[in-house]
Write a protein that binds this ligand. Structure first.
Ligand SMILES: Nc1nc2c(c(=O)[nH]1)N[C@H]1C(S)=C(S)[C@@H](COP(=O)(O)OP(=O)(O)OC[C@H]3O[C@@H](n4cnc5c(=O)[nH]c(N)nc54)[C@H](O)[C@@H]3O)O[C@H]1N2
Ligand SMILES: Nc1nc2c(c(=O)[nH]1)N[C@H]1C(S)=C(S)[C@@H](COP(=O)(O)OP(=O)(O)OC[C@H]3O[C@@H](n4cnc5c(=O)[nH]c(N)nc54)[C@H](O)[C@@H]3O)O[C@H]1N2
Ligand code: SF4
Ligand SMILES: [Mo]
Length: 692
């Protein structure tokens, strides 16, 4: 028996991007461990990925190309050869492209975060074809846009510094579930005497373990931040020197904050005045006393109408108190902007003959149902899905299902498993997993460039995404040499080695070592140097003004809340959020038995008062509904959900839920204020006992 250890990288859409060591015995991966030497992984993986071989060798892995024989959505297929699959796809895409190439749409997201198996050969292929571009907004575009207006780029506090903070605000995140290796650092900070505060409408696993939990109403974060600014300014808890040197627009901000006395903020947020005032005092005073003050801002904040403005507003706070002076101070939303990714080289936008239209993945339901028009262009005639499961994860799911059920829509899905989306495919192509292909990775929670080596041979007839698009390019007669590039050649282009932060980048060396930290200063904005137009932290943003926004921090109310839409709230009085379940990763892993067993079944957490008002007791099956749709879940009557809030941890595969539906039946396709993002957590519903 020969046993080897292969260096790999967790591919999942998680900020931690762990370094993996895969044990391979006689060509079979027998164990996946965290690399003990990688500074942020530190030998620890989450439950999901420590059981990775269970997913890779799952009995239901797709191993051969399939052609649909049943109705769309029914999930009936027959095995076909790769030759037939590729010929069918090339012929259909060729026909459509001859008429209207923009009628072809790629739909993909972060099933793998790999720069190679994500958008490299696939992007080249669709660019050459002239297909519609996809606006990849489903996760981070609202907050990213907001953060960039204030700070300039998604660069922030280094994960490896948080243990030195004296105060950490965990704002709209549940790291125990979704950012484990940050939580390790936060706990170390706690042991060293730091205070941890969770700002979250729900008493999440994380909120439960913090010193304090501030349970504001969903979508009101900017109001809380404005109230904090008011107190910081009124009580002179500012770093005047930092403000004078490294920020822009303080006078204007002072006036804006004056409009937000803590009473007003408390009212909007559904908090007590003391909660707002004391939070601000602790935030300002800890910095005054010389302690590092950090914010871990996360995605919970941005899935609402004003999500972009909320992040933009929160991102102003560290500069007011000079928190950036400390390496362990400041704010981290995402570290992705730190990486000099060579997207042009990977994706070759120069292959486009003209700029096609862009379709927003967050409104895929409506857009696939849109007829041709002068404004929209051709009706979408083909959609190629990879690294994504839109039937489960896209909002307003009934529309999405209706759209994918279109008989005249040609649908190809590249997948590991027969997901809800696969059920609607005309042709299904089996994809390799991370253990079977090569990739290069950035991270959005740390600062290491990462390499993934293939540990085992592809299962069955599975092919890497890149290989599928190379083969399709060949069938379609695309003769640019770029369509012949190997995965290693692509990976070697992943980072710009000419960039000061990536000077160490050498693919062969990275493959050997597994990871390499970017060259970044410990405290990126200790002396200003913000990558904004002014070079300062922009309290006032002329760019925002030019883009049609309020140039100053402000509060934008949810589309759907009691305060902003009382008429709707009269029918659907409860705010619903559907954040990630700990044992799933978006909809990935839901079909892994041991992990699904840990989640049990779809639940809805509801406050005892809201339960009592509806005659609902713990364990009842309940129907959650609004005008868009409904789904059924088992009620957990608990004060983890504040009054007026219900929580359905997600994202379930619809077909593995009792009623074949999930939380996205009730979420809407309305978009965020900026970044064109989805508003999953901006949803009013009613709940009743389900008829059994
Ligand atoms: N186990 C696991 N890990 C994951 C994922 C997963 O599905 N499962 N998903 C991955 C992905 S794609 C992402 S984007 C990240 C997400 O990472 P996080 O943003 O950390 O996601 P959550 O863990 O759900 O934390 C969001 C928290 O925000 C709260 N929240 C909801 N609405 C609001 C609001 O309006 N304001 C505030 N302040 N809080 C609010 C929710 O109650 C929830 O506790 O996690 C990644 N990691
Ligand atoms: N209600 C509600 N909906 C949500 C969210 C929420 O909090 N609440 N979160 C949203 C967020 S933050 C996000 S990021 C999106 C995520 O939405 P998606 O990016 O669609 O993520 P997944 O549901 O995990 O689906 C990814 C799929 O890619 C497949 N895959 C993985 N690796 C490969 C590969 O190498 N090749 C191919 N071909 N396929 C691969 C996996 O098997 C999996 O089925 O969901 C969003 N939807
Ligand atoms: S999902 Fe996140 S925590 Fe789990 S192994 Fe992957 S990167 Fe690490
Ligand atoms: Mo996400």
């Amino acid at each position: 028996m020969t046993t080897t250890q292969v260096r790999a990288t967790c591919p999942h859409d998680c900020p931690d991007t762990c370094a993996l060591l895969v044990t391979v015995s006689d060509g079979v991966a027998t164990e996946v461990k965290g690399d003990p030497d990688h500074p942020t992984t530190a030998g620890v993986l989450c439950t999901k990925v420590s059981r990775y071989t269970e997913r890779t060798y799952h009995a239901e892995r797709l191993l051969y190309p399939l052609r649909r024989v049943g109705k769309k959505g029914e999930g009936k297929f027959v095995r076909i050869s790769w030759d037939e699959a590729l010929a069918t796809i090339a012929a259909r895409l060729g026909d459509i492209a001859a008429r209207a190439p923009q009628a072809i749409l790629p739909y993909s997201y972060c099933g793998t975060m790999g720069l190679v198996q994500g958008e490299s050969m696939s992007a080249r292929f669709f660019h050459q074809l002239g297909a519609s571009l996809l606006d990849r907004t489903i996760c981070a575009s609202a907050g990213g846009t907001g953060y960039r207006y204030t700070v300039g780029a998604t660069i922030g506090t280094d994960l490896e510094q948080f243990q030195n903070a004296k105060l950490i605000l965990i704002w709209g995140g549940n790291p125990i579930a979704s950012n484990l290796h940050f939580w390790t650092r936060a706990q170390e900070a706690k042991r060293r005497g730091a205070k941890l505060i969770a700002i979250d409408p729900y008493r999440s696993l994380t909120a439960e373990k913090c010193h304090q939990h501030i349970a504001l109403l969903p979508g009101t974060d900017a109001a809380l931040a404005l109230g904090m600014m008011h107190v910081l300014i009124a009580e002179d808890l500012l770093d005047d020197d930092y403000i004078a040197r490294y920020t822009l627009g303080f006078e204007a901000l002072r006036q804006r904050a004056a409009e937000w006395p803590p009473e007003r903020a408390a009212e909007v947020c559904g908090l007590t005045v003391a909660e707002v005032v004391e939070l601000a005092r602790l935030y300002g005073q800890t910095a005054k006393d010389g302690g590092a003050v950090a914010i871990r801002a996360n995605y919970g904040v941005q899935r609402v109408h004003g999500g972009g403005m909320s992040v933009r507003t929160i991102a102003c706070l560290p500069a007011l108190i000079g928190a950036w002076r400390h390496a362990a101070g400041g704010i981290q939303l995402s570290s992705s902007g730190s990486f000099p990714v060579n997207r042009e080289a990977l994706q070759r936008p120069d292959l486009l003959k003209e700029t096609p239209r862009t379709i927003n993945m967050s409104t895929i339901g409506d857009d696939l149902l849109r007829e041709a028009s002068a404004e929209f262009g051709p009706k979408v005639a083909a959609v190629i899905v990879y690294n994504a499961n839109p039937l489960a994860i896209a909002p307003d799911s009934a529309k999405v299902a209706q759209a994918f059920a279109r008989e005249d829509l040609f649908t190809v899905v590249l997948e590991h498993f027969q997901t809800d989306t696969v059920d609607y495919a005309d042709i299904v192509l089996p994809a390799t997993t991370q253990l079977e292909h090569v990739d290069a990775h950035l991270a959005y929670g740390h600062l290491y460039m990462m390499a993934n080596n293939a540990a085992v041979a592809p299962m069955g007839e599975a092919k890497a995404n890149t290989e599928v698009f190379r083969l399709l390019a060949e069938r379609m007669g695309f003769d640019d040499p770029c369509f012949k590039e190997s995965d290693d050649a692509l990976a070697a282009r992943a980072f710009d080695a000419g960039h000061a932060r990536a000077v160490h980048f050498d693919w062969e060396a990275l493959k050997q070592k597994g990871w390499q930290k970017l060259a970044m200063p410990d405290a990126p904005f200790a002396a200003g140097g913000f990558p904004t137009p002014s070079g300062k932290c922009e309290f006032y943003s002329a760019t925002m003004k030019a883009d049609g926004y309020d140039p100053l921090p402000t509060y934008i109310a949810p589309h759907e809340s009691r305060a902003s839409n009382p008429e709707l709230a009269a029918k659907y009085p409860l705010a619903m959020i559907s954040p990630p379940a700990r044992n799933f990763l978006n909809s990935t892993f839901v079909n892994v038995k041991s992990l699904r067993a840990a989640e049990g079944e779809p639940h809805l957490d509801i406050h005892p008062d809201d339960g009592a008002a509806r005659g609902i007791v713990h364990g009842d099956m309940v129907r959650i509904f609004n005008a868009r749709g409904s789904f059924v879940a088992k009620a957990r009557v608990t004060d983890k959900a504040r009054v007026g809030l219900v929580v359905g941890l997600s994202v379930w595969w619809k077909k593995l839920a009792g009623d074949g539906k999930n939380a996205n039946e009730v979420t809407s396709q309305r978009l965020t204020d900026m970044g064109r993002g989805p508003t999953f957590y901006d949803t009013l519903v009613q709940v009743e006992k389900a008829a059994v």
